[in-house]
Design a protein around this ligand. Structure first.
Ligand code: ATP
Length: 386
């Protein structure tokens, strides 16, 4: 979709901002460009919509050399979101969002309808926010309007230059999650500039890690974290990359522990025997449809004199779908102050993740990436401590 072929940008003062860059971004892919200040990320991005012209090399959009496309027409195919959102202060949120449809000559009504639809999509109720002016919004809300505006004419490509850089970390994480949800619906081809590795890892299908004017590594997040291509990348990714990996490592069925399982209508005495036989401290409780209900402790089962599991079990709120990240698992454990969480596929109970299993999964994933083998093939005995 976007292809850089040996692109170099040398500014008039002799600064080489980008040096012989070649890479390709597939349709519907989100690539994050990450690197220290001044390494050429913004220059790379601005060459795509011809705000900056390359000194040599060429850039293709859908196979077409962009040098041959009229810049104004080109920019209509490319949404652009920047940190200083650049909303028009004297226009309402709705009118700001409809800017591009308006420039494209859409009828006013159609443009405003589309704008309202997009505000809704980015989580701003148009009937509440549509008639406000930009200075009547929070920073996070203004960023959302910026994203809605960039999407208004439904461009296939989005360029985003530190779009969430100016908001506090909590709002930022919220915007990132919303943006991921949005992207799963609209599937744009996205170049996303950030200098925050955590953001690059959370959002990118692939990450381009920049050194001075060059890409040092161009890989999916797990590979960048697990197998940094050069000492520079390892250094940039940081010593806490094990921690960052949590957000890109999914829970797999092989990570789970299988405690005893009992059912709601089982006599509690039988459940107690089962727990004693397995020498287990607790059992998972399922209902008739094999859906998770909660748990039963060995202590309350053996103390019970009569009744069914239903009478002595407790509900379990801490669960996640298989495929959720280890970071979500960790955070769910903390939130519920739980020593384990249930992992489900649709509604079906698959097993439980404990802190020890979580740590094992993390160690396995590091070794799997370093040796390019599946996680299930990793022999933990031979894995060095993460
Ligand atoms: N108009 C210009 N003239 C001369 N040098 C420039 C110009 N614009 C950018 N540069 C230089 O080119 C290099 C790359 O700049 P660029 O803005 O692409 O970096 P960046 O990675 O986006 O940095 P940041 O994260 O700080 O925005 C820097 O050394 C910068 O000083």
């Amino acid at each position: 979709m976007i292809r850089f072929e040996h692109v170099t940008k040398r500014y008039a003062d002799g600064t080489t901002a980008v040096d012989d860059l070649s890479f390709e971004v597939a349709e519907g892919e989100l690539v994050t460009l990450v690197g220290p200040s001044g390494c050429g990320k913004t220059t790379t991005m601005k060459m795509v919509n011809r705000l900056i012209e390359p000194s040599s090399g060429r850039i293709l959009l859908d196979g077409e050399d962009i040098a041959a496309i009229d810049p104004v027409k080109l920019r209509r195919r490319i949404g652009y979101v920047i940190q200083q959102v650049g909303l028009f202060p004297h226009r309402t949120v709705l009118d700001n969002t409809a800017t591009v449809p308006h420039l494209l000559g859409w009828q006013r009504k159609k443009g405003r309808e589309r704008a309202a639809e997009l505000l809704d999509l980015v989580g701003l109720d148009p009937s509440v926010y549509g008639d406000r002016y930009p200075d009547q919004l929070s920073g996070g809300q203004r960023q959302r309007v910026g994203v809605a505006r960039a999407l208004a004419a439904d461009p296939p490509v989005l360029l985003m230059d530190e779009p969430f850089g100016a908001v506090d970390p909590v709002v930022r994480e919220h915007l990132q999650n919303e943006f991921l949800r949005l992207q799963s619906q609209v599937r744009k081809t996205v170049l996303f500039v950030t200098h925050d590795m955590e953001e690059a890892v959370r959002l990118g299908d692939r990450i381009a890690v920049y050194g001075q004017g060059r890409i040092e590594q161009f890989d999916p997040p797990a590979a960048v974290l697990g197998a940094p291509a050069t000492p520079y990348v390892a250094d940039f990714v940081g010593a806490d990359r094990g921690l960052k990996r949590l957000s890109v490592t999914p829970i797999e069925p092989g990570d789970l522990e299988q405690p005893p399982v009992v059912h709601l209508d089982d006599p509690v005495a039988r459940a107690a025997e089962r727990l004693a036989a397995d020498d287990a401290r607790w059992a998972v409780v399922l209902d008739d449809s094999e859906n998770l209900h909660g748990w039963l402790s060995a202590e309350s089962a053996s103390a019970a004199e009569s009744g069914t599991v239903r009478d002595h079990s407790r509900r379990m709120e801490a669960w996640l779908p298989v495929g959720a990240s280890l970071k979500q698992a960790f955070s769910t454990m903390l939130q519920h102050d739980a020593g384990w969480i249930a992992v489900l596929e649709s509604d079906r109970f698959l097993g439980v993740l404990t802190p020890a299993r979580l740590h094992e999964a993390l160690r396995r994933s590091i070794d799997a990436d370093a040796n390019a083998i599946p996680r299930s093939d990793v022999n933990l005995e031979t894995v060095a401590d993460a």
